[in-house]
Design a protein around this ligand. Structure first.
Ligand code: TRP
Length: 348
């Protein structure tokens, strides 16, 4: 069986370093591993509209922003097909048919939907489109017969629901759809990088994110303001690593060979941590090192972004080509779905 990846993001903002360690970096590795027959990366604009119906400008603007982030991180359109969800109208048709296989109570039990409804304060005024987006996401995944869906932990209930829809479809009609598997980030730090305030998940609304496209000076400021150990007041005090955001970021970004260039008094992160917990290592020094570490990874990405930004229409062309290709695949699946459902009256 072919190995096929489908994954995606809602275009509601520029991508930040949490997206980077949680998924983008991995996608590039998966892309370059050569292990997959097809890779599709979806900019899920239709899904973004399910809770931004009154703000299409925001969604529109962020399509090219997200694409620029992808390309500058090393997503190569020759190897990974980038597509825009709304172009593929077959997806909405699949969603309509799949919705017959899903109950309202099952959707109400979806933990991600539940949490999001609460977070957005919808109470009982939940847009139907938003409520049913797990079905639409199942359409995204199955249209490409994806076997592997690299996602963060918060998306697991979506994949589970997609699997149920596949099983239900295949047993009710015919073996057409493929059951996908989630692929989670390798380590926990990368799975949920906190904001610079150390509090929550990084997010735009909380204003605690470091964006891939932030200017170096902006990144320096954010790093220097990061939450550390509030009891670590004097340099000689022993510091705690628990919930210490600067070290969490180092866990996500630092490679041992970076010490030789930026901070040769340590061989590796463990030595630095030991010094910190023993006492005698100040926060400012750790933060300066983190800034260097971050910039080592982000500088080449930012340089590529600056180049790509000079020709946004070319980026939009890449998305169009990817969407056209994607549409052919989705149309093929829709044909198979309709014939399994016996509603292909006029085709051979
Ligand atoms: N729901 C995903 C998110 O909020 C985005 C998404 C849309 C997606 N369709 C998808 C992810 C299909 C994986 C597969 O990040």
């Amino acid at each position: 069986m072919k190995k096929i990846i489908l994954t995606g993001d809602r275009p509601t903002g520029r991508l930040h370093v949490g997206h980077y360690v949680g998924s983008l970096r991995r996608r590039v590795e998966l892309q370059n591993s050569g292990e997959y027959d097809e890779i599709h990366i979806m900019i899920a604009d239709a899904q973004a509209l399910t809770d931004n119906a009154d703000n299409p400008e925001k969604v529109k603007m962020n399509i090219s922003e997200v694409a620029l982030d992808y390309l500058s991180c090393g997503i190569d359109p020759e190897k990974s097909n980038i597509l825009v969800q709304s172009y593929i109208s077959e997806l909405t048709e699949l969603t309509f048919y799949y919705s017959n296989l899903v109950t309202v109570s099952r959707l109400q039990r979806n933990p991600t939907v539940k949490a999001e409804i609460q977070m957005r304060g919808f109470n009982t005024s939940i847009p139907v489109g938003f409520f049913t987006y797990p079905i639409s996401q199942a359409a995204d995944i199955t249209a490409f017969k994806a076997t592997t869906v690299p996602v963060g932990e918060d998306q697991l209930p979506m994949i589970e629901q997609a699997r149920e829809i596949v099983r239900s479809f295949n047993s009710t009609y015919d073996e057409v759809l493929v059951e996908p598997k989630a692929l989670l980030p390798e380590n926990e730090v990368c799975s949920r990088l906190p904001g610079v305030d150390g509090k929550a998940k990084m997010s735009k609304s909380l204003g605690n994110a470091i964006y891939l496209a932030d200017e170096p000076e902006e990144i320096r400021k954010k790093v220097m303001s990061m939450f550390t150990d509030p009891n670590h007041i004097r340099v000689e005090d022993p510091g705690s690593l628990e919930g210490n955001t600067v070290f969490t970021y180092l866990d996500a970004f630092c490679k041992d060979d970076m010490f030789a260039e930026h901070l040769p008094e340590y061989q590796n992160l463990q030595e630095m941590k030991d010094h910190y917990t023993r006492g005698g290592l100040g926060d400012v020094k750790v933060k300066k090192f983190l800034y260097e570490v971050l910039m080592e990874e982000l500088s080449p990405i930012q340089a590529r972004r600056k180049e790509l930004e000079k020709d946004v229409p070319a980026v939009m062309e890449i998305l169009r080509d990817g969407s056209v290709k994607a549409r052919e695949i989705a149309a093929q699946t829709l044909d198979e779905v309709k014939s399994a459902m016996k509603i292909n009256y006029w085709s051979a």
